[in-house]
Design a protein. Structure first.
Length: 185
């Protein structure tokens, strides 16, 4: 819970009473590797904060190939702003620990703490900027450059998640990724 409160305090102020109220709504949740936090076609019924572990957002293209869109590390929120069925999956790539809040509890926090929506808006803005920084340069680069950029942006992930997920994220085959890794050592 401490990690979550510290994270939230980066974006706004909360007093002890508000922190106790938020803490009373949080549920510690473990997600085993390969388990889903969210599934395509379903409305996400909870908000999650990653305390430990790595999750990925992925989807299936029209050829049925699994595509990894982005990785989400510790100290990040997972939530559905529009409350509509998801078009993507959120899957644990490692055993993970999360704090979760039901959507109803999240709304109650929002209704009770006046600054909450402002804090969430700041987090959302920061997340969108980070997402754009991680995704957009990959489109125009060759595979080796994409991998080197991936290692810069996600320095802790290379040894923590399966290479197949990294290859999917980079838009290359696992064999190509193995060749690239061999050539840059």
């Amino acid at each position: 819970m401490e990690e979550f409160i510290e994270y939230m305090l980066q974006f706004g102020n909360l007093n002890k009473q508000q922190i106790r109220f938020i803490s009373s709504k949080a549920i510690e949740t473990e997600l085993k590797k390969d388990a889903y936090f969210a599934e395509a076609g379903k409305v996400l019924k909870q908000v999650g904060f990653i305390v430990d572990g790595i999750l990925r957002i992925c989807y299936y293209n029209n050829k049925g190939e699994e595509i990894t869109k982005i990785f989400i590390e510790e100290n990040n929120l997972l939530y559905n702003l529009r409350n509509v069925p998801s078009t993507e999956y959120i899957q644990a790539t490692t055993d993970s620990k999360l704090l979760t809040f039901s959507n109803q509890d999240w709304k109650e926090i929002s209704d009770t703490i006046m600054e909450w929506d402002s804090i969430i808006q700041k987090i959302t803005n920061k997340s969108l900027i980070q997402k754009l920084e991680k995704v957009s340069p990959l489109i125009s680069q060759d595979a080796t450059t994409r991998y080197l950029e991936f290692m810069k942006k996600y320095p802790t992930l290379v040894n923590r998640i399966p290479l197949s997920y990294i290859a999917s994220y980079l838009g290359i085959t696992q064999q190509s990724l193995s060749r690239i890794r061999k050539n840059i050592r």
